[in-house]
Design a protein around this ligand. Structure first.
Ligand code: SF4
Length: 450
């Protein structure tokens, strides 16, 4: 595997720290034939929007696009669960020839009557963009008839990268903001952006802020509700996690409603503590918030530190490979792995920017491979060459790790335990420890050859 050459046109998106001055190409369309790990525009939109649990999500396109369901990315809800249903207009050959607007109208009206959602998102997929259905016109007609927001999401898969899907989702969601009354919103209040509650993370983070005395108006979009998004313009601050996905919404809200935003991460001890302190310091008129934050951070860290020290004894010097959606998550993972004494030998992302990769390069040790928009062959090659003990990624990286006989930790779609916050760091350390120290890897083909 290590003899496999990287495609010539991919070389500028791979950097080996220390081998040459840092320069990387990124933020561009995937190379044809490279079989990128990156998801399509529609997938980007779906990731952001579908945790809104009381909305209808209708995929306008062939049934294949709708395969990306709640079972793949199971965002949790504390109430309604309409988002778990997967609806598609199931376009057929005749619709491609004669247009799919009638089918869309029929599906939408039937579903709204049956499920009474608070809003509906209609995702335009590749074929809809090609045949030119006027999705916006159908949406506004149904919205008038049914009296709920029916929002087109312009997420045709071919028209860019997953990042363009995030943007399309933010454009659609922005149309919900400002529709509700904000009379009961406190001056010490925030919205949490870019937290999708895959394993219950939004609940953990919300609880921290409540303990600090900060009101959470809306989580966008984990355990999300249409009504909460509607009054989110009353919050004093937007706190953006997973900045690649939601920064554009934060920017729109800043421009339209004057709400400032900060970027944070809730992965790892350092980043979680920093996030909470950064928010607390935004409310100097209420010094109690900062006092409560200090107590909270101290107590939470004290509760898990002894266990982390124990795990670290076994994990010291072990090697990890990281491949994630947004680079911001990679920063936090590197810090969290350092807390556990581990070395990062590969770090990459699907959607990193030039600035992201410069930060990543500064954080990594000499010899670390930094990758943008990788494919399975490149990931396999470097996991083997760098002799990684652990691969951290998402649903598409899991089979690569297992085929190579390397332990895997899901930090994306499929996880069932929360990895955010202080308790999340404990869960992460426990999972990493049990994976890396499992005796099963001794019997893997790769290890037997070594
Ligand atoms: S690339 Fe196009 S056809 Fe494929 S899932 Fe995305 S929207 Fe559907």
């Amino acid at each position: 595997m290590s003899q496999i050459e990287v495609l010539k046109d991919r070389k500028s998106q791979i950097h080996l720290k220390g081998s040459e001055p840092f320069e990387m190409t990124c933020d561009r369309h995937s190379l044809s034939g490279s079989v990128s790990q990156r998801a399509c525009v529609f997938c980007g939109s779906r990731v952001v929007l579908y945790p809104i649990a009381d909305a209808l999500h209708l995929v306008h396109g062939p049934i294949g696009c709708a395969a990306y369901t709640w079972d793949i990315r199971g965002a949790l809800s504390s109430g309604p669960e309409l988002h778990r249903m997967s609806f598609s207009t199931d376009l057929q050959e005749t619709d491609v020839i004669y247009g799919g607007e009638k089918r869309l109208y029929a599906a939408l009206t039937q579903l709204i009557d049956q499920y009474q959602p608070k809003a509906a998102f209609i995702y335009a997929t590749c074929i809809v963009g090609i045949i030119g259905d006027d999705v916006a016109a159908v949406c506004s007609r149904v919205s008038r008839e049914k009296g709920i927001p029916v929002l087109p999401v312009h997420s045709e898969g071919f028209k860019g990268t997953k990042k363009d899907g995030y943007r399309a989702a933010c454009d659609a969601m922005f149309k919900l903001v400002g529709r509700e009354d904000t009379a009961d919103v406190s001056p010490f209040s925030i919205n949490i952006l870019g937290e999708f509650n895959i394993g219950g993370e939004a609940w953990i983070i919300r609880k921290y802020y409540e303990k600090m005395g900060v009101q959470v108006v809306s989580v966008m979009t984990g355990d999300g509700r249409v009504g909460e998004i509607g009054r989110s313009h009353g919050a004093a601050l937007n706190v953006v996690q997973c900045s690649g996905a939601m920064t554009s919404l934060a920017e729109m809200m800043q421009k339209e409603y004057g709400i400032p935003f900060i970027r944070v991460s809730y992965f790892g001890l350092e980043d979680t503590a920093k996030a909470l302190y950064d928010v607390a310091r935004r409310f100097p008129d209420n010094p109690e918030i900062l006092t409560r934050t200090m107590d909270l951070v101290k107590n939470e860290i004290r509760a898990i530190e002894p266990d982390l020290k124990e795990y670290r004894k076994d994990l010291e010097g072990k090697r990890a490979a990281i491949y994630v959606g947004g680079a911001f998550k990679a920063f936090s993972l590197i810090r969290a792995l350092k807390t556990l004494g581990m070395e990062v030998v590969l770090a990459g992302s699907q959607t990193g920017t030039d600035e992201d990769y410069r930060i990543l390069e500064q954080m990594c040790d000499e010899g670390t491979v930094i990758l943008d928009d990788a494919n399975p062959v490149e990931l396999s090659k470097y996991v083997i060459e760098k002799d990684a003990d652990l691969f951290i990624g998402g649903v598409k990286e899991r089979p690569i790790a297992y085929k190579l006989g390397v332990g895997f930790c899901d930090h994306n779609h499929e996880r069932k335990i929360p990895l955010a916050g202080f308790i999340g760091m404990y869960n992460f350390a426990k999972e990493v420890h049990s994976t890396v120290t499992s005796p099963v890897w001794k019997f893997a083909h790769r290890r037997r050859r070594v």
